[in-house]
Design a protein around this ligand. Structure first.
Ligand code: ATP
Ligand code: MG
Length: 512
């Protein structure tokens, strides 16, 4: 496409960025048209977030230029202020809302409080404006609620509302979103995609959108730019887009070649994990049993209690009544330490917020759940720790130079892989996974599925809460569907479950 392409509102040319000796971007060019939804896709660590941070002015490029609103900029010295003045708005991959502040404060912190003549904050009109914004973005909560207490989906909506509030109708802007849907269940995804489509078509705004969920791209994208290893390898038009085409463009090989076989039936054995009439955290009278080698799925709409079930087992939510038993013995877990001792591994939904020490090394993050393993005779076995971490980097396909690099130098998806590897490499008795492949690329997703299946084949009892029905259908022999904290339907997939089976069950339960 030529630079003067009609309707091009933003044009980045030859963007180069290295971190130390590492080339994250090797001369990427990208044009975005008015009124289009432009998807930016690529494997974990391919450079998507780096490109967005450069466009936001929060990271200087080594070289490259930007044309926006008839002005040309050198991307070496583009600033966040310049980005804002140029009409660029961002929702970054790492949350930037403040968990300890209310929704109202988060929405006003950049100077959106109504100020009275005496310099005082006019709370009444501030609150009214915030309520308007919240309604526009479907945030169903009190403005005083702390953002830290919101679900990941709601938090994402607060991020988006904050980026877009105060946007004058008809003003030219480009909204760039880095994996806004990663933490959203399907209903919220639909809502957000609908919002983006309206924004693009009615308001003629341009949208740049990073996601690993290929079906979203097929659904809404007008054009797609594919990054591979820091290079723009293709720009695809809407015609002929399919998940298979996109997956191939991302990994550079055909789709069939890397999807593992669906889960096989495990040999019958005794239950490892049993819940007997468990109540707590909004979950009611739940009884389930999971055998060694079995993969049990938990489906349900947002707020149905999927994540809470995992937290009850792990001891992160208090069991008010009922029993959780491991190998026939009742567990009394008071903190995660007890759960780890008992052989239970847990990967929370909000991994980047709850499971990562960002400034510490990959090796430290991997060893975090078993630091004592590397202390012998009063000495820290650093060499062993590093050798094990190097092996994990290889096995789990983590894109990193060495085990000693800090977690926050990894791309989002690669941080997620470290958190998964932390547990998978230990072969726990019970493995609790909340949205295990959210935010990882299509190739890594297949790899992680295979590793989860391996863990089960080695006797781990696995419980997966997921909003990704393809994932549940692929991995689970049995899926329970929750509604309002209780078990609504149990699907037994001895002869295989399909996405449709689960989706129908969700639908039937909703209608019941
Ligand atoms: N602050 C940093 N220090 C060192 N290396 C970095 C830093 N930020 C990013 N990188 C490296 O740059 C490369 C691109 O990372 P980036 O975050 O842009 O990937 P991404 O395409 O957004 O991946 P994901 O899908 O996992 O979010 C990676 O190899 C990453 O390790
Ligand atoms: Mg990223």
């Amino acid at each position: 496409m030529d630079e003067a392409g009609t309707g091009t509102v933003l044009w980045m040319t030859d963007v180069v960025k290295s971190f130390g000796g590492n080339r994250a971007l090797c001369g990427v060019s990208l044009g975005i048209n008015r009124g289009e939804i432009h998807a930016l896709i690529g494997g974990n660590g391919s450079g998507k977030s780096t490109l967005l941070k450069i466009l936001a002015g929060v990271l200087p490029a080594d070289s490259g230029s930007l044309k926006v609103q008839d002005r040309a900029w050198n991307l070496r010295d583009f600033t966040p202020e310049a980005a804002r003045e140029s009409g660029l708005r961002f929702v970054h991959q790492q949350p930037t809302v403040f968990p300890s502040l209310s929704i109202l404060d988060n929405l006003c912190i950049n100077g959106q409080y109504s100020i009275g003549l005496m310099g005082n904050i006019r709370w009444g009109s501030t609150r009214r404006r915030v309520l308007d914004t919240m309604e526009r973005f479907g945030i169903d909560a009190s403005p005083n609620q702390l953002v830290g207490q919101l679900s990941p989906a709601m938090r994402t909506m607060v991020e988006i509302a904050r980026a877009l509030q105060g946007q004058e109708p008809g003003s030219q802007s480009v909204l760039a979103l880095d994996e806004p849907t990663a933490a959203l269940p399907s209903r919220e995804v639909e809502m957000l995609l609908g919002m983006l489509q309206r924004f693009a078509s009615q308001d003629s705004q341009a949208i740049l959108f990073v996601t690993h969920r290929l079906e979203e791209i097929v659904q809404v994208a007008d054009r797609v730019t594919v990054l591979r290893d820091g290079m723009d390898v293709a720009t695809l038009n809407r015609e002929g887009l399919s998940k298979a085409v996109l997956a191939e463009a991302i990994v550079g090989r055909p789709l069939e070649a890397f999807f593992p076989e669906p889960v096989a039936q495990h040999p019958a054995s005794r239950p490892v994990l049993e819940l007997d009439c468990v109540n707590g955290g909004g979950v009611r009278d739940l009884s389930i049993a999971v055998e060694a080698g079995e993969v049990l799925g938990i489906a349900g709409h947002m707020g149905s209690g999927r994540s809470t079930v995992l937290k009850l087992i792990y001891g992160a939510t208090t069991v008010e009544s009922g029993r959780v038993c491991l190998d026939g013995r009742e567990l009394a877990l008071h903190d995660p330490e007890d759960a780890i001792q008992a052989g239970i591994g847990y990967v929370p939904e909000d991994r980047l917020g709850h499971a990562v020490l960002p400034t510490m090394s990959i090796a430290d993050n991997l060893a975090m759940v078993s630091p004592r393993d590397y202390w012998k005779g009063g000495r820290h076995q650093r060499k062993q720790e590093f050798a094990d971490a190097a092996a994990a980097i290889k096995t789990y396909g983590i894109k990193a130079d060495s085990p000693s690099v800090p977690m926050n130098s990894l791309s989002g998806g690669n941080q997620q892989k470290v958190v998964m590897a932390r547990w998978l490499r230990r072969g726990p008795r019970v493995l609790l996974l909340d949205e295990p492949t959210q935010a990882v690329d299509v190739g890594a997703r297949a790899d992680l599925w295979r590793l989860i299946q391996d863990a089960a084949a080695h006797g781990t009892a696995v419980v997966i809460a997921s909003s990704d029905l393809e994932e549940l259908a692929h991995l689970c022999e049995r899926v329970i569907v929750l509604k309002e904290g209780t078990l609504g339907i149990e699907l037994n997939g001895a002869s295989g479950l399909s996405e449709d089976d689960i989706s129908h069950a969700l639908h039937d339960l909703e209608a019941a």
